[in-house]
Design a protein around this ligand. Sequence first.
Ligand code: SF4
Length: 458
Amino acid sequence: MNEMKEAASSCNACKQCAPLGACIAFKGIEGALPMLHGSQGCATYIRRYLISHFRETMDIASSNFSEETTIFGGNRNFNTGIDNIISQYHPQVIAIASTCLAETIGEDVQRLIYEYQATHEEVPEMVFASTPSYQGTHYEGFHEAVFATVKTLAKGKASDNPLSLHQLNLFCNLISPEDIRHLKEIAADFSLKTMIFPDYSDTLDGTSWDSYQRIPEGGTTIEAIENSPWAASSLELGYILNATLTQSAGEYLQNAFGVDNFRTGLPIGIRESDKFFAQLSALSGKVIPLKYQKQRGRLVDLYFDGHKYVSMKRAVIYGEEDLVVGLAAFAAETGIKPVLCATGGESGTLQQTLREVLGDLYSEEIIVGQGMTFEAMEAAIHDLDLQPDLFIGNSKGYYLARKLDIPIVRAGFPIHDRIGAQHNRLLGYEGTTILFEQIVNTLLEDKQRKSSVGYKYM
Ligand code: SF4
């Protein structure tokens, strides 16, 4: 691998802040209201950013730090904030994430929660995720929130009726609401009673309302999370998840309650989807339904149809680490060469994971960049003469793609310059079908646009 340059400061980072990721995960708990312990500006930025992607209303509370709070601690603001949330929102769960400022002054949020619970009656469940942005990206924040929620709510208390319990905990990773719905459909087709977490398929992609819902309907129920220790197994989608955590939610349930934990990657492309469907088949004891065998067959046929248009094309792939792994695995099996795999994450395991997942399709020529900025990506493209034909990633790469006059296929988070990000489907054979068609058509469109003659047959 070629060495990437290190910079003392970063410009246009390929990541977002950690509590932002935590808020997405918290939106997947039924009846939850996220609260940021810190300054108002953090909540405003995060709300604005999420609204632009999901196109939904976004209530996120803040304890609203001032100069005084920063010096003497945020105890009073925290209590007032919780009082206001309870009286105005009546949530089932208050899901708290810390901002950089709260972490920098060493605020002990667990103690604040304990003291509030000890001095008040009828307090909703309270979950806390520690999310300093200088220690991770939105991706780490997301997984910290998933872990903190399960650790807090999964108390090991069985339901009175064991038959009502679900069989599988499916930790779905940071995916679109549409992909969450698709995973539910797949699990149901295997007759697996499944808790999918976090489930923001309704809360972040709702219907139109007659009156404003301060906490939108939907989300994984508290009961399901409480009962997660009694599932037969857990399945986590993603190989890397949060490398700064000592254990993931699935590992926690395995270590604390003996729930078998399995991992596959995000099922993008045929090979990774095959692994996912094989895992579900093993967990359910059922053969893969004909519906998915046919979807796979149609995808193989589509690969034949489009192969000549994508073969040897050179792609820059960027985003969260597990998304990069999934997209690179998909690209490589179609004949597209991933020339730069870039992420703002810093797990230190991206290259090794790519090597293992791509297997015989892995090339030592792939440049793998962690802790990347778009500035660094531009330098790598120039300095290493990568000559990409295509960008695959979120809309933050648009300026660079435009500057280099390279087409971009939008995937992942955030997508701010198109509508419908909440409906983007990447997962499974059907999601891959949509993605592959998008890529082929984007390349064809780019070729037509740059051609000196107009043509319509290929
Ligand atoms: S100060 Fe930290 S938590 Fe707040 S918006 Fe900036 S990076 Fe995010």
